[in-house]
Design a protein around this ligand. Structure first.
Ligand SMILES: [Zn+2]
Length: 438
């Protein structure tokens, strides 16, 4: 098998920036070696020396609805006064009703291209927009996968089960394009998709229960059991809005997170998305069991969701990841800044998301890489043997990085720069953005 090596000035390896690291990648795009031995680097014919570059693992976007990129810039005028999440959702449903399969595919492709521009090498696409019309044909599942293939991004298609328009409510309008008849028929379709994508190294699948609003409790329990049986991840929207918690409590006598804790045995396979209004007494047992939480700071800000209890989540050792969700803006650096800064503004303290040394940038990088990859069940998110060769090359000559030193580099890049400092993006050993300087 042909091998290729990469050597940047600095490489993020084993939780720190190190110099002289040589990475070997096979022609399947998998890392086969990470070494500090510099002696024979010049003898390897296919070696790529990446000058003025720091190599990081590519960002992992753990939660996206690519088609919502089509709403960017809309819904920001409030002539009748302020608006809320539910008015935004109505606008999103209007978009859903109007889109053809072609338009849907083009918008998804555009969102995925933009993610690559932003250094995102893997996306967890939380996909519930299944049907091209009322026929329940699931044809848009292939359209979104093809959009990712054309862009070249690695995709985990988090395929969503969506049954009701609200707790005990029928589906109406655009929601009919999300419809799943039963868990059994949905899983048949899921298995078929899994078989058809098995040979594609850039595609993986995961299961989704859309939300407590859209999935009856017994179906949620079936999906959780199935995820464990198939050894796949399960994602679910959770407690983004107070109204969801109120209607859930009315129906089941408990909050959505308590329902998860008591009915589906949370664990590392499970990611709850948002947890904006989750209370401490629900969060603690969930985190204790290994459940993961995905926060989408820019979307939650744009939609006026609220502020999650990050001090409790992070303080208890919860594994947080981030997602671009509505794709109103696509930047992992900006997501990470919002994640930390919203908390700073809220509690009037600095340094909420920190690693064991008290370092914010190191912890934030972990959120946007390692923990995102684990949430998606991907062998990615860190530069190590057996993982995909998915990299982000920081251009140390960019003006935003001027004054860098090894101990400031990550803080400068994550807190003070944006995509202008991204010199290259590599997925599975292929540079899709930027040419390595040699
Ligand atoms: Zn979402």
């Amino acid at each position: 098998v042909a091998q290729r090596t990469y050597q940047a000035d600095w490489t993020w390896y084993n939780g720190a920036l190190r110099s002289g690291i040589r990475i070997t990648v096979n022609d399947h795009g998998i890392i086969t070696g990470v070494s500090t031995d510099k002696s024979d680097i010049d003898d390897v014919p296919t070696s790529e020396k990446l000058h003025s570059t720091a190599l990081l693992p590519g960002f992992i976007n753990a939660h996206s609805h690519a088609f919502q990129r089509g709403l960017r810039g809309l819904g920001e005028a409030f002539p009748a006064g302020t608006g809320d999440f539910w008015a935004w959702r109505a606008a999103m449903y209007e978009l859903v009703e109007s889109l053809t399969a072609d338009q849907f595919g083009r918008i998804c492709r555009c969102a995925f291209e933009e993610m690559l521009d932003a250094g995102i090498t893997s996306v967890g696409e939380f996909h519930y927009f299944h049907h091209s019309n009322d026929a329940q044909d699931f044809s848009l599942d292939d359209v979104v996968l093809n959009a990712a293939r054309e862009a070249g991004i690695r995709i985990v298609l988090l395929n969503a089960y969506y049954k009701t328009g609200g707790i005990d409510q029928p589906l109406t309008g655009g929601q009919r394009r999300f419809a799943c008849e039963s868990v059994t028929s949905f899983l048949d379709h899921f298995t078929d998709l899994q078989n058809r994508t098995a040979g594609d190294p850039n595609v993986q699948l995961g299961l989704v229960a859309h939300s407590i609003r859209a999935v009856p409790l017994e179906d949620l329990m079936d999906l959780a059991n199935e995820a464990k049986r198939r050894n796949t991840v399960l994602h679910m929207h959770l407690e983004e809005q107070r109204q969801e918690i109120e209607s859930c409590t009315r129906k089941y006598g408990a909050t959505p997170l308590r329902i998860l804790n008591e009915n589906v045995s949370p664990g590392p396979y499970l990611t709850a998305v948002h947890c904006t209004h989750s209370i401490q007494t629900d969060l603690e047992p969930y985190i204790e069991a290994g459940g993961r939480i995905c926060i989408c700071p820019l979307t939650e800000g744009n939609l006026a969701d609220g502020i999650a209890n990050v001090p409790t989540i992070w303080g208890r050792g919860g594994q947080l990841c981030v997602g671009s969700d509505s794709n109103a803006r696509i930047s992992m650096q900006e997501e990470l800044r919002w994640l930390e800064y919203v908390q700073r503004v809220h509690v009037e303290r600095r340094g909420l998301i920190i690693d064991h040394d008290g370092n914010v940038p190191n912890a934030l990088l972990r959120v946007a890489t390692e923990y995102g990859a684990r949430s998606l069940g991907l062998n990615a998110g860190s530069i190590e043997v057996g993982h995909f060769a998915d990299f982000l090359a920081v251009d140390l000559t960019d003006r935003t990085m001027k004054g860098w030193s090894p101990d400031r580099l990550l803080g400068m890049f994550l807190l003070g720069a944006d995509r202008e400092a991204i010199g290259g993006v590599c997925v599975g050993g292929r540079w899709l953005r930027g040419e390595p300087k040699s």
